[in-house]
Design a protein around this ligand. Sequence first.
Ligand SMILES: Nc1ncnc2c1ncn2[C@@H]1O[C@H](COP(=O)(O)OP(=O)(O)OP(=O)(O)O)[C@@H](O)[C@H]1O
Ligand SMILES: O=P(O)(O)O[C@H]1[C@H](OP(=O)(O)O)[C@@H](OP(=O)(O)O)[C@@H](O)[C@@H](O)[C@@H]1OP(=O)(O)O
Ligand SMILES: [Mg+2]
Ligand SMILES: [Mg+2]
Length: 358
Amino acid sequence: MEKPMGRRFAVGYALASKKQASFIQISLINVAKEKSIDLIKIDLETPLIEQGPFDLVLHKIYGAEWRQQLNEYSAKHPKALIIDSPDAIERLHNRISMLQVVTELGVIECHDTVSFGIPKQIAVYDAEAVAEMDLNSKGLKFPVIAKPLVADGSAKSHKMSLVYNRDGLSKLKPPVVLQEFVNHGGVIFKVYVVGEYVKCVKRKSLPDVSEENLGALKGSLSFSQVSNLNNLERSRDTYYKMMDLEDGKTENPPMNFLVDIAKGLRAAMGLRLFNFDVIRDTRVGNRYLVIDINYFPGYAKMPGYEQVLTEFFWDVLNNDTKDADFDSCKAGCDEDGGAPNLPVLPLKRKEEENPIQV
Ligand SMILES: Nc1ncnc2c1ncn2[C@@H]1O[C@H](COP(=O)(O)OP(=O)(O)OP(=O)(O)O)[C@@H](O)[C@H]1O
Ligand SMILES: O=P(O)(O)O[C@H]1[C@H](OP(=O)(O)O)[C@@H](OP(=O)(O)O)[C@@H](O)[C@@H](O)[C@@H]1OP(=O)(O)O
Ligand SMILES: [Mg+2]
Ligand SMILES: [Mg+2]
């Protein structure tokens, strides 16, 4: 990243206070400043259109009113980059449409020893239907994970339950997604994407459930954000010690495979800032399943995130095209980077398919 001459850039950020506290570290402000990028807080109490001007608006705020504000801002400042587009982010607010995109990626060439997909899942909208549901007829069997259909960042949207039998089903509060629980050795891979940069970290996950034990388990088990910790626990040092697995036992998925999936998702969704969670299906071995995609995740947990994000801002701010080209991907990975070319997927997605209704 070259140091620019003269010109300074203004990056406005609109974030909830929790996100702001974790992401906007002094270290990030300083690294960005050094590269002539000023990070400026957007006051959410004042109309966006009265603030700035910003070269780039970075945001993770939900709701129609904010979208309206962004539209007005774009109309007044057509050259300002809005990262990312609210329409593209919206797709991640529904756990069916979120994973639909993975199934649309098709085969990734050059990876004949590994495959990827998503777990079987259905959306259920009605409490009676869920209580009476015959899972087998839907191609599912116990245990299943019940996830709120809506993934809007609220605490409620992270409340999951592992459902072992019919008793557990009757306690669910639709709309929910029932997703096949896949044994994966208690390890999850979180793949962080920042534009062209891709980083994979290993975290603890739910332990495997054996068929023999299934009969003895009570209806369901509730949990929330197992691979994450609450704010109090999340001082940066202790976080790594507690959650990052350095067990040396679980092999990472091939990095160039993850980079190709990241690149495909980035192009298909038209998003530049997201992460996706991957588990390895222990029944099959080299089959990986994407189970969750999150917009603007906890980047501050990545060592060196200040440089990664600053380089990203610099790249998009100095790129003439507003859509920033999504057609190349460099790995910021610890391992064998070099990504073979994937067919470039259209930025514009197909008309949203209806979630499966029961
Ligand atoms: N299909 C599955 N099979 C096995 N374990 C799963 C499955 N889906 C989710 N899990 C486990 O449950 C956890 C929570 O699920 P998920 O990632 O979908 O929730 P979330 O609240 O959206 O998470 P995040 O905090 O990453 O946004 C995962 O991290 C993983 O440990
Ligand atoms: O809390 P953190 O900053 O660490 O980030 C988490 C983020 O919360 P925040 O956006 O409120 O901060 C979550 O967003 P919502 O689904 O709740 O919108 C989700 O993206 C998690 O996956 C992130 O954790 P990670 O996946 O990186 O472990
Ligand atoms: Mg997750
Ligand atoms: Mg999530």
